[in-house]
Design a protein. Structure first.
Ligand SMILES: [Zn+2]
Length: 262
């Protein structure tokens, strides 16, 4: 366990201190852009970064970068916190992504389990009901996710009430693995919502039989940019921006929106 103590830079005995002009500037190692974004996004959990470790407020720590070279499939299944930023997420209107460009599909399971719960029961203890376009949607209160979802609805109702039809039959929490994989779906953590399937495109539904590394015939999306951007304003990313498009899918991932790296 790493214990962070405040630096005592002003407590040297005066007779042993070098004169100020001879003081050597200590070089502070740069915090990686991804770690900075995580600190900003999850202040209730992550309190500092030191020596390649994310330090949590309960005193535990987690390796930020495991140093392993990963291909697309390994990154999907075994992401560390650093891998989550492998593809930069760009806010704004939806454009067709390049082959296998999936910003946000790489998730460090240990990190999300630590914050949202490591079992269905534990995640459930944090769920609250959100009134969502006439439905009651269970969503986690952790990290302010439920309040952020409410803010998305408020924006849509204020600015684009004509878009309400896109939200009917939404669904959120479901503890399950991703089809064909052992990793947990983002829906397991209670911070992800699928809006109405009527206007949605999902690569597995569109192209049955295609697998993760196959080239997809074409990109599909019918969700308006105004919906995508309302979610992004409140900390969510859109599955409509993935090469493996899942246009109904919105996931609370503020760290990707705070990321200022390349
Ligand atoms: Zn989804």
């Amino acid at each position: 366990m790493l214990l962070m103590l405040p630096a005592c830079r002003f407590s040297r005995a005066s007779n042993t201190s070098p004169p100020p002009e001879e003081a050597v500037e200590e070089e502070v190692p740069a915090i990686p852009a991804g770690a900075k974004a995580l600190l900003k996004a999850y202040p209730d959990f992550i309190v500092s970064y030191s020596d390649n470790q994310l330090i949590f407020c309960d005193g535990t720590s987690m390796v930020y970068d495991d140093g392993e070279q990963k291909d697309h499939l390994t990154r999907l299944d075994c992401s560390d916190p650093e891998d989550m930023f492998f593809h930069k997420y760009f806010t704004g209107p939806v454009h067709e992504p390049e082959n296998c460009y999936d910003p946000g599909r790489f998730r460090c399971e240990a990190l999300f389990k630590k914050m949202y719960g490591s079992s269905a029961e534990e995640v459930r203890t944090h769920l609250v009901d959100v009134q969502w376009f006439g439905q009651k949607i269970p969503f986690t209160s952790v990290n302010g996710a439920a309040d952020s979802l409410r803010a998305v609805q408020a924006d849509i109702l204020a600015d684009h009430p004509e878009l309400k039809k896109y939200f009917s039959n939404s669904s959120s929490f479901c503890w399950r693995t991703v089809r064909g994989a052992r990793r947990l779906s983002a829906h397991s953590y209670g911070m992800t919502i699928d809006i109405g399937t009527k206007f949605s495109n999902y690569w597995r539904w569109s192209y049955r039989g295609k697998e993760e590394l196959d080239v997809l015939p074409s990109f599909q999306n019918r969700i308006p940019d105004e919906v995508v951007m309302a979610f992004e304003r409140h900390g969510f990313i859109a599955g409509a921006k993935w090469y493996h498009f899942d246009s109904m899918h919105f996931e609370f991932r503020p760290e990707l929106l705070y990321y200022e790296g390349e």
